[in-house]
Design a protein around this ligand. Structure first.
Ligand code: 6PG
Length: 255
């Protein structure tokens, strides 16, 4: 159970006392959403995030009790972004999820849709993935609708691979795009804000004192999406939740 639950600027905030509790909160939300939607419509279309924060979540979902609670046969896995590397590279978001989660749960291989990075150019991988989203996801307002999007938050305010001052921030027509990101010294492929915001549930998962300032900035700071792209995230017809540990939530106003 969250140590704290409150609303802030249209977002639901769930706070765990420590990382372990926070990850369990996130695993519980994922599991509940998967069970509900699998029962209602026979599928659960989820986009996973990358980076280091979700590692513990993947391990938790891939172990009991959650492993036995999630209807994995109905789960369809996508990614919110990917680095321009092959699946076996330590930097691959798909590779991390495969190692810590997908290799431990019975999601049908045909339901795992990785961003095809490493096989071709980042621009071509973005084009191919855009087709995958359009072919495989139901549409809402003519945009693919994911049921659940898991996002992380960089200390510079990026989420997915929507980095400050990058062209992807202004993309109004493409669902997936590729930018060369100077800040990370390489190409990144990312879902654009339009398709992310078309999801039914968007959950940010952030832990650690180093995220406290940027969490406060995104949720309470002056709106400046060029500098703080995570502020672009606002579901059009869905729920926005921030799952934080106490240190990442410490600068948020209560009440
Ligand atoms: C990625 C992620 C990215 C990540 C943030 C936070 O590919 O790196 O999708 O958006 O969520 O950079 O990363 P950490 O969890 O490692 O702090």
């Amino acid at each position: 159970m969250p140590t704290e639950r409150f609303l802030l600027n249209g977002a639901e905030i769930l706070v765990g006392a420590d990382v372990e509790e926070t990850v369990r909160i996130a695993a519980g939300q994922f599991t509940a959403a998967a069970r509900k939607l699998a029962a209602e419509k026979g599928s659960f279309q989820v986009a996973l995030s990358g980076g280091s924060t979700p590692r513990k979540l993947f391990e938790t979902l891939g172990a009991e009790p959650f492993r036995g609670l999630v209807p994995w046969h109905a789960v369809h896995v996508y990614w919110g972004d990917e680095r321009d590397v092959a699946p076996g590279d330590a930097q691959s978001n798909y590779g991390v999820a495969r190692e810590l989660l997908l290799s431990r749960v019975p999601v049908p291989a045909a339901q795992v849709h990785r961003i095809p990075a490493g096989n071709t150019t980042a621009v071509e991988a973005a084009e191919l993935y855009q087709r995958t989203l359009r072919d495989r996801l139901p549409l809402l307002r003519d945009l693919p609708r994911l049921d659940y999007v898991l996002l992380g938050l960089g200390t510079n305010g990026h989420t997915a691979s929507l980095f400050p001052h990058c062209p992807a921030l202004h993309e109004q027509s493409r669902l997936v795009t590729a930018d060369h990101v100077e800040e990370v010294g390489g190409w990144r492929i990312t879902l654009t804000a339009g398709v992310l915001n078309n999801a039914g549930q968007i959950t940010f998962l952030a832990t650690g004192a180093d995220k406290a300032a940027v969490v406060q900035l995104v949720l309470c700071g002056e709106r400046d999406t060029e500098q703080t792209p995570a502020q672009l995230i606002a579901p059009r017809q869905g729920q926005l939740t921030w799952i934080l540990d106490a240190t990442a939530a410490e600068k948020l106003p209560r009440g």
